[in-house]
Design a protein around this ligand. Structure first.
Ligand code: FES
Ligand SMILES: [Fe+2]
Length: 465
């Protein structure tokens, strides 16, 4: 691939020169530049599959939410036949928003400007004063519908893309689907949202959060070190502060040529603490009963075998995926969080970092439970989640302090040419006996997954429109 191909910025800098593929570095300028932002809107947010929500947010016919695909507002709506549709929230008449509400229920979306009306699936119904035919006679009704995105539901999660001829969602996930199935598709009834998503603005470029999510384990030990000092991961003895947190850095990490990433963290210590036994002496079933996945009780564990393969069950009882990213702007946190009483409470959440200009992102946080999660556990999970994650979450208060500083730094005349470095690489390969597919490495968390994220960003930015 020629370094001279791809977009060239107004000052003559080639986007190709922002990423050093050999040295594994990215120029800081990539983090805060209006021109790069505009190219990303076309080449990334106009092309890949994007997460917009969960079907339990719009359970009834006519329910809708307003969401964003990059800068574009979209209407996510359920039609009478139960199908979920995603349409550009822009009136084909003169460009007014079709809905200005965040959510609601209607069978007819009427533009407030001149009253053109649309069905939840985006189909044009008509304009007022029918006998005057105020939508004209030059275009058919079919041509006056809202612009439609391609939609798929996976684990109840609603995904959409403008790329109608591009890869399927399954192709986009590739080998990592095997692992995401273990998160989103492991129970019979599936997950549901615990309420509307939390949303807040962070004055940082979307990629500061996106690349961290894919999946920077290292910073947990430093930026979030309080978790080991006074938080959930204090050592039992209280002497070796942070030691429990250090242990959480070990496991297997899954990289993806499409920038997805999973950190699979070893459960051995937690299972040993709960059972008093060496996990190697326990069967997969015994381990899952002792420490069911987040959101599940021992009663629910039998559902795993109905939805997952024996190999997925083996990984679930050994080193399940707990945190990671989905390209371009998603983090999942399916965590087993130690409690002061020695038990473990799970937390299930997904965030998107919606770009709002080169220096601003909207942080959206969905908290999930399994539909079958009993009320008492559900309450504990929600409390746990809001303490650590999202608007009130102490962990993410740390993260959202770094992103604005990096974004601002990237504007400096000197700093914009400095680089971010991704040179701490695994030299290990997958754990012995690992049954899962993909690019897997074992050991202390490293930079491989994040470097794959940047390589896919580069590939998309260099691709023809
Ligand atoms: S802009 Fe919507 S009806 Fe005119
Ligand atoms: Fe973090």
């Amino acid at each position: 691939m020629s370094a001279k191909k791809g977009p060239v910025l107004r000052d003559g800098t080639a986007v190709a020169d922002l990423v050093d593929l050999d040295l594994q570095e990215v120029k800081l300028r990539a983090l805060s530049d209006q021109e790069i932002y505009e190219i990303e809107q076309r080449k990334i947010f106009g092309k890949v599959w994007l997460l917009l929500g969960h079907e339990t947010e719009i359970p009834n016919a006519g329910d809708y939410v307003q969401r964003h695909m990059g800068d574009d507002s979209v209407l996510v709506a359920r039609a009478r036949d139960g199908q979920v549709h995603v349409s550009l929230n822009v009136c084909p008449h003169r460009g007014m928003k079709i809905t200005t509400h965040e959510s609601g229920n209607t069978q007819i979306h009427t533009c407030i400007y001149h009253g053109w009306a649309f069905k939840p699936d985006g189909e044009f119904l008509g304009s007022p004063v029918a006998d005057q035919c105020m939508h004209g006679k030059m275009l058919s009704k079919q041509e006056l519908g809202l612009q439609k995105a391609r939609v798929t539901l996976y684990g109840g999660l609603i995904w959409a893309t403008w790329n109608h001829d591009g890869p399927s969602f399954e192709e986009f996930l590739g080998d990592t689907k095997w692992y995401y199935d273990m998160l989103y598709c492991r129970t019979n009834k599936g997950m549901e949202v615990a309420g509307p998503p939390q949303r807040f603005i962070v004055r940082g470029n979307w990629k500061t959060a996106g690349e961290q999510s894919a999946a920077d384990g290292f910073h947990t030990l430093t930026l979030h070190r309080w978790l080991g000092e006074v938080g959930n991961y204090q050592s039992d003895s209280g002497k070796k502060q942070g030691s429990e947190l250090t242990e959480e850095m070990f496991g297997a990490e899954v990289s993806s040529p499409h920038g997805h990433a999973l950190r699979c963290i070893d459960l051995a210590r937690k299972i040993k603490k709960l059972t008093g036994k060496d996990p190697s002496e326990l069967s997969v079933q015994e381990k899952l009963n002792a420490l069911p996945p987040p959101g599940m009780t021992p009663d629910m564990v039998e559902q795993l075998a109905q939805n997952l393969s024996p190999e997925q069950m083996q990984v679930m009882a050994w080193m399940p995926p707990q945190v990671g990213g989905m390209f371009p702007n998603i983090i999942f946190e399916f965590l087993y969080i130690p409690q002061p009483d020695g038990n473990v409470v799970g937390s299930l959440s997904l965030h998107t970092y919606v770009p709002k200009g080169p220096d601003k992102l909207e942080f959206t946080n969905w908290i999930f439970v399994e539909k079958d999660t009993p009320p008492e556990l559900r309450e504990k999970m929600i409390q746990q989640s809001v303490r650590l994650l999202g608007t009130s979450g102490m962990v993410e208060a740390d993260d959202s302090d770094t992103w604005p500083h990096m974004t601002l730094a990237a504007k400096g005349a000197q700093a914009r040419n400095r680089t971010m470095k991704y040179q701490a690489l695994y030299e290990t390969g997958a754990p012995e006996g690992w049954p899962g597919p993909g690019i897997v490495n074992e050991g202390f968390t490293k930079d491989d997954t994040q470097w794959h994220w940047w390589k896919y960003w580069y590939e998309l930015m260099m691709a023809e429109d």
